[in-house]
Every structure is written in C-alpha cells, then in structure tokens.
Design a protein around this ligand. Structure first.
Ligand SMILES: *Cc1c(COP(=O)(O)O)cnc(C)c1O
Length: 364
C-alpha cells in the first residue's frame, strides 16, 4: 500500500478498459488480417487534404499552437451560422465533458444520464465529487420522461447522448424538444452529438437553432468520428457565450495542437467527403442490420456508424479469434451483446459470413 493517498472521489473509478492491442491479437491468434470494429472510427479514413495540410505545417511545430483556435472557430461559425463567441474547441469532445464537469459540478451535485450511455459522463462527474443518476434506457433509447422525473434540487446537469453510444438510437424530435423546454433553466442540458453527421432520419432534432432560446443548452460535436481525425483529438462545444467564458477559465491554454487545428479546418471544408461517407455508411447500416437480424440477433435501429447487437450465443471472443474486434457489453436477457463499427462492404460481408459460421458451429 502506498503512503501517498489519492483523492477519495477517485477511489472507485476503474480505468477505461482498452483491451488487447492489435499487435497482441495478431500474434496471439496467429492472424494475417485484423478488422478493428470496436471504436467507431471512420473506416474510410479522412479527407485527402488533411495529409497535405499536415505536411505543409510540419515546419511550425516548434511554435505553441493558437490558444484561441481562432481559424477553426471562425470556420465553424460560418459553417453553422452561429456566433464565434459561442464556440469552444477541445482536445476531443471528451475534453469538453471534463471542462463542463470541472466548471459546474460541485460536491454532492447530481448529474442525470442514461444507463447505458457514453461512460465518460459518469467518470467526470465522479471525479468532481458529483453524483451520477443513471436512468435505464427504454428498449435501447433514452427515457426522457424518467430522466425528467429524476430531477431534484441537487440536479446540475443532464446528459443526452443523441444518437446514443453504445446503442446507436436517437430520441424523437418532438420528445427532445419537449424535454429541453421542461428542464429548469438553472440545469445544464448537454446534448452530445458525436454522430450527428451520420443521422439520416427526419425525426431528429436540430439543436443549434435552439441555442438562443435556451441558454442552458450545450451541443457537443467532434472531428473524431465521420471526419476521421480521432488520432488528432479535436472536438467542440456550441453554447451560450456566458458558458464558454467559464469553460475557458478551466481549460489548458494550448489544449488543441497545431497540426490538429489545421487538419480540422481543411476537413471541415471537404463536405463532399463527409456526405459520401454518410451515404456509404447508411447503406452498410441497412445491409448489416438485415443480415444480422436474419441470423436471429436483435439489432437496435441505428443512426450512427455502429450497431448494437444482442446475441443468444456468446460470440465476442470467437470473433476476436477470427480477427474481428468488437466491443462486448452485458445486457440482461441475452447471452452477450456487442457494439460493432460498420466497415466497408468487404469487411461487412466477411463479418456476416464469419458470425454465421460461428452460430452454426457453437453448441451452447
Ligand atoms: C467518440 C465519442 C465522443 C468522444 O469523442 P472525442 O472527440 O474523440 O473525444 C464523445 N461522445 C460520444 C458519444 C462518442 O461516441
């Protein structure tokens, strides 16, 4: 036992499990090809212009980056037609979550979130000594009525992950609007839209036009998912200027690195690439959902680049042995559940064939 005592708040926190490295899996199972379908990265990569802008800027990396991320903010503001003062850029949107809890969660404050959802909400609330209040999903979807009922005097923040990770589902347009209208204005409503660009349904609430009317509303988006820049770490929040001012106080001065800022700027310009990825992904989403359903699995309706699959037989480890890395999760009533990132048609065909074989072979 170490004599150096860490803060009481972080005692119960389990480090995020990253699983085996791809290298380890390759050697352990003697595999030639590995398909990483576990982290919802863009299988089509990123805009080809990103590589160019990174090489052009390599000679400047001895300078500190722009601490105000002004070029990127100005581009985003034009792109969305929102004031520049309403943006803050983070080292991934994960950092945005941390800045929010750092600035607003005090000891004993409650933060409401779905169960299950993106795990970083809970962790960051706990780090600040807050109390996560977890409201079970209803058939894979946020139960906004129950989340509203969970509001108390102590509630400071509510997280709505829309679409939700890991289930891929969205909440209906009217339902979310009704919720935002009902939440008292002293409680922050964080709508995490990491998969915004993948959404195809019309029943999806556009939150940016609501910012003016609801100064307690915060929208989070990222360059890690459809923009394909997960390795560079750029995410952002859009919100009332008054909240941006508080978050800036708790952020690191140079939180977004030089190359990442340039990469995100040119990636934003290449909307052709984004539309193409969204279109291809939507086709694969329907294709794989149908195939897995036909194999007797339950698949939630996804608006993202991943599927949440419930299986009557355990398959996650068997899939790994065949070179398909998915994220295993437990869900009541099923032998196993997993989240799989959609691949190219070739990846997906190989996946469907392999899982079909595994189901035939397994005698459980
Ligand atoms: C991936 C993801 C993020 C974090 O993205 P970064 O910008 O890479 O930090 C945030 N929220 C959800 C729901 C995600 O799935």
């Amino acid at each position: 036992m170490s004599k150096i005592i860490a803060r009481e708040e972080i005692k119960g926190i389990k480090p995020y499990t990253l699983g085996k490295s791809l290298k380890e899996i390759k050697t352990d199972y003697n595999l030639q090809v590995i398909r990483k379908m576990s982290d919802n990265e863009n299988v089509y990569g990123c805009s080809p212009h990103v590589r160019e802008v990174i090489s052009e800027n390599l000679n400047e990396i001895f300078y500190y980056p722009d601490g105000t991320t002004s070029t990127l903010i100005s581009k985003l503001a034009k792109f969305y037609n929102v004031q520049e003062s309403q943006f803050i850029i983070g080292n991934g949107s994960e950092e945005m979550i941390r800045l929010l809890t750092r600035a607003y969660i005090r000891h004993g404050d409650e933060a409401i979130m779905a169960d299950i959802t993106f795990p970083r909400y809970e962790t960051n609330v706990v780090i600040e000594g807050g109390q996560p209040i977890k409201v079970p999903l209803n058939n894979g979807t946020h139960n906004l009525d129950e989340m509203f009922e969970a509001i108390t005097e102590k509630t400071k923040m509510v997280f709505v992950c829309n679409p939700n990770n890991p289930t891929g589902t969205i909440v209906g347009k009217e339902e979310l609007l009704h919720f935002i209208k009902r939440v008292p204005e002293n409680i922050i409503v964080v709508v995490d839209e990491a998969y915004y660009e993948y959404v195809m349904t019309d029943d999806y609430l556009e939150t940016l036009p609501l910012l003016e009317q609801f100064p307690n509303l915060i929208v989070l988006r990222t360059f890690s998912k459809i923009y394909g820049l997960a390795g560079l770490r750029v995410g952002y929040g859009i919100m009332a200027e008054a909240i941006v001012k508080e978050l800036v106080k708790v952020k690191d001065v140079f939180n977004v690195n030089h190359l990442a800022q340039h990469a995100a700027s040119v990636a934003l310009d290449d909307q052709g690439f984004i539309e193409e990825c969204a279109r291809k992904n939507a086709e694969e989403r329907v294709y794989v959902s149908k195939a897995l359903t036909a194999l007797g699995m339950q698949v939630f309706t996804s608006e993202t680049n991943f599927l949440f699959v419930c299986s009557k037989k355990p398959v996650v480890t068997l899939l790994m042995e065949k070179g398909f890395i998915v994220r295993g999760l437990q869900i009541a009533g099923w032998a196993e559940a997993f989240r799989m990132t959609l691949g190219t048609r070739k990846d997906n065909d190989a996946f469907i064939e392999t899982i079909g074989q595994l189901l035939k072979e397994s005698v459980v």
